[in-house]
Design a protein around this ligand. Structure first.
Ligand code: ZN
Length: 248
């Protein structure tokens, strides 16, 4: 099977040579991002599709902010960088154009940002990906937030939990809904907590998402978990729109 996969990747490389998703350079022209650890769902022919120069351009100081959550303390958000045109294009290539291997460089961005979150390795820390509605998950084939959360969990002593939170209503693409109020209405009651926290629970939960725009989605997700008695302490994201959140 391995030989067959190698043959297929070689043929693919011959007819569709890999190019950087941002600058369109080939691996022969520039230094390239490496394929890293094993990631569930990646196929033998998936490649990183990003040159080192473009990855370096996406690395910045982690961006910190916060968003209000219904009836609870504000939720701190840490993102690898502000949402730039390049980051949107790269995430779009990953989510909508089948370049699944882009997750390798993207995961390194999130890992760097995770250092800015108040993770306490002595306590139980759970990473909760913001779920997709089942119909969206079927059409895309993967949940980008879950892939990132799993990469992060694998690289540290953090637990990955995708069974606590459920998306019960398809909300349409947040990016197409304009205005903070519209976005908040669009996601309210979109999430449900599937399991109440046990009385002796000590776990601290952190949500993981790809791009945080208004913060309405992560706020609704956190509200649902808190309603279930869980302690949600923060959000980790790839990118955050600076205008949407208050500096924290
Ligand atoms: Zn490039």
């Amino acid at each position: 099977v391995r030989h067959l996969e190698y043959l297929l990747s070689s043929l693919l490389e011959l007819f569709y040579p890999e190019r950087c998703a941002l600058c369109e350079a080939t691996p022969q022209e520039k230094s390239w991002c490496r394929t890293g650890r094993a990631v569930a769902g990646l196929r033998a022919w998936d490649r990183p599709h990003l040159c080192r120069d473009c990855l370096t351009g996406l690395v910045g100081e982690p961006l910190c902010g916060s968003v209000c959550v219904d009836g609870g303390p504000p939720l701190p958000i840490v993102a690898a960088n502000r949402t730039s045109g390049e980051l949107v294009r790269l995430v779009g290539a990953w989510k909508y154009h089948g370049l699944r291997g882009v997750v390798w460089p993207l995961a390194t961005l999130v890992e760097q940002a995770a250092g800015a979150l108040p993770f306490d390795r002595d306590e139980e820390t759970w990473l909760i990906p913001v779920p997709l509605h089942p119909s969206r998950l079927r059409s895309r084939g993967f949940n980008q937030a879950a892939v990132l959360a799993r990469c992060l969990a694998d690289s540290g002593s953090l637990q990955f939990r995708d069974d606590l939170l459920k998306r019960v209503r398809s909300t349409g693409q947040q990016a197409k809904v304009s205005g903070q109020t519209g976005r908040l209405q669009n996601v309210s009651e979109a999430f449900r907590c599937r399991e109440a926290a046990p009385a002796e629970n000590r776990a601290r939960l952190f949500l993981v998402d790809d791009l945080v725009t208004s913060g309405a989605t992560v706020s609704a997700a956190a509200a649902a978990l808190r309603l279930g008695g869980w302690s949600v302490d923060g959000v980790l994201a790839l990118g955050m729109a600076t205008a949407a959140t208050e500096p924290g």
